[in-house]
Ligand binder design. Structure first.
Ligand code: NDP
Length: 479
């Protein structure tokens, strides 16, 4: 035998039980949609239909908001220490059932099980624990100021980290005494529906958490409902702008967490092998479906060839395939639409003159897949260097001096995150100080903690999620 045969290690899906059809979760129970309309949620790795989910219309959203209004009367008067108990219970149940959640997330969204199991679920539980701890400390945490919840909060989340985005939004909203109407993305509703079952199990008072599934029109009904006191949105910049306009002059709270085109800057004094790992993690984590992905690699010119050589070798070791295989590094692209978008932007990059490297590997015959890809010989004006591709595609640019690195890094309409790789602490501080980005990692990438605020500048949105600042997004200050 010349080489070891590859042996897959598949996580069993027998732990999940998916119903054929789901209603909305309103007033503490699942209900048939008023719209009588359903859409299908599909596994992006097999194209198999997993379930039918309800499409919320104006009446469904209205029922959910009314339920949340009733829930607010009770929840806002519930002792903060009691609110904390519910959140702790949810956190513990999420931990207990984390394997089930992780498998479901990978089936519905296409992400590798090792990521949903080792990243998403631990982070989800950590967020519920963290915000549970804050619930009874709000009054003493801001000096003499009195903090009040908004009321009914409308939350709209995307498909890249479905349950984690739920946790980032629901945990602080409930800890601060708000009630919630959540609209998950149409391609990934299943873990939010399972979370609703947990809310029933812990006996969360009726109306505190409501879930209306559906598509963009359902989201739009939620945004435009006059019973909403705050909207929290994560998704594309275009929908974020629509929401900002729709909210207009209404006196409601708004936080927007939008796209990104992060620079990952590698100086010539960086530990190159370590930087290669960080760059790979920065762009190929979750198939590159990450708003803060390090999608623009900025290399100091004199290390360009050596670094690209190392990077291509490392990329070639990435294993693309079944999300439920514990060895998989790159799972399925979330939807056919997203695959088409990635393909079209990459074709445009090639036509513009970019040099494309894609790894050699077999792709499954069913499902939506994209090979990890790397562009070199790119001009900053190319669309691949400017637009969020939201896929496993890295674009390389070069610089000569730190000043030039900062100029190129900031030459984008976005400002969500950035990375800096150098062995010199002073250079990290000098660079970080000049970067227009809400989150900056040094000699690492994609590190998250519930206590650390996350959010962007410029067209990446406004408001922060996580940490004490994240709580403020759900509180009105009265002095
Ligand atoms: P969207 O911004 O359209 O979706 C995010 C959420 O908003 C989903 O729940 C979506 O519902 C909902 N939504 C869509 N239209 C409206 C509306 N008019 N009013 C209220 N809610 C609405 O992202 P897409 O899924 O369409 O992805 C498009 C691109 O956006 C991607 O290619 C990527 O570049 C970027 N993106 C960025 C994300 C980020 O975190 N920064 C996350 C996701 C996408 P539904 O899913 O049912 O359409």
């Amino acid at each position: 035998m010349d080489k070891w045969e590859y042996s897959e290690s598949i996580e069993s899906d027998s732990i999940v039980s998916i119903k054929s059809k789901y209603g909305h979760f309103i007033d503490g129970k699942f209900s048939t949609p008023n719209s009588k309309k359903y859409l299908k949620t599909v596994s992006p790795s097999t194209e198999e239909v997993l379930a039918s989910i309800s499409v919320g219309n104006k009446n469904d959203v209205d029922s959910a908001v009314n339920s949340a209004k009733e829930g607010f009367k009770i929840w806002s008067k519930t002792a903060p220490s009691e609110r904390a108990k519910y959140l702790y219970k949810l956190a513990r149940l999420i931990q207990e059932r984390s394997r089930e959640f992780a498998v479901l997330e990978s089936m519905d969204g296409g992400k590798p099980i090792k990521e949903s199991r080792d990243f998403d679920l631990p982070q989800v539980a950590a967020n519920f624990f963290y915000f549970a701890g804050w619930a009874d400390k709000l009054d003493i945490s801001w000096g003499t100021k009195e903090m009040k919840p908004y009321g009914v909060v409308g939350q709209i989340i995307p498909w890249n980290f479905p349950l984690l985005m739920l946790a980032w939004k629901v945990a602080p909203a409930l800890a601060t005494g708000n009630t919630v109407v959540l609209k998950p993305a149409e391609t990934t509703p299943l873990t939010a529906l399972l979370f609703a079952e947990l809310c029933e199990e812990v006996g969360l008072p009726k109306g505190v958490f409501n879930l209306v599934t559906g598509d963009g029109t359902t989201g739009s009904e939620l945004v435009n409902h006059e019973g909403i006191s705050k909207i929290a949105f994560t998704g594309s910049t275009s929908v974020g702008k629509y929401i900002q306009n729709a909210v207009g002059e209404r006196d409601i709270g708004l936080t927007l967490e939008l796209g990104g085109k992060a620079a990952n800057i590698v100086y010539n004094d960086a530990a190159l092998d370590q930087a290669v790992e960080g760059v790979v993690n920065g762009i190929f984590f979750n198939q590159g479906h990450v708003c803060c992905a390090g999608s623009r690699l900025l290399l100091q010119e004199d290390i360009h060839d050596e670094f690209i050589n190392k990077l291509e070798k490392r990329m070639q070791t990435l294993r693309v395939g079944n999300p439920l295989d514990k060895n998989t590094d790159i799972g399925a692209i979330n939807s056919k639409e997203q695959l088409d978008k990635i393909t079209s932007l990459v074709n445009e990059g090639v036509n513009d003159g970019g040099e494309l490297f894609q790894i050699e590997c077999e792709l499954p015959s069913e499902g939506y897949w994209y090979r990890p890809s790397l562009f070199t010989n790119v001009q900053p004006s190319y669309n691949i260097a400017r637009e969020e591709i939201f896929g496993p595609v890295l674009t390389t640019l070069t610089f000569r001096t730190p000043e030039e690195a900062v100029d190129i890094a900031n030459n984008t309409e976005y400002g969500l995150s950035a990375g800096v790789w150098t062995e010199k602490g002073s250079k990290i501080l000098w660079t970080a100080d000049r970067l227009d980005a809400g989150v900056i990692w040094a000699n690492t990438f994609n590190k998250f903690d519930p206590s650390s605020p996350f959010g962007g500048y410029k067209e990446s949105g406004f408001g922060r999620e996580g940490g004490r600042h994240g709580l403020l997004s759900y509180l009105k200050v009265r002095s």
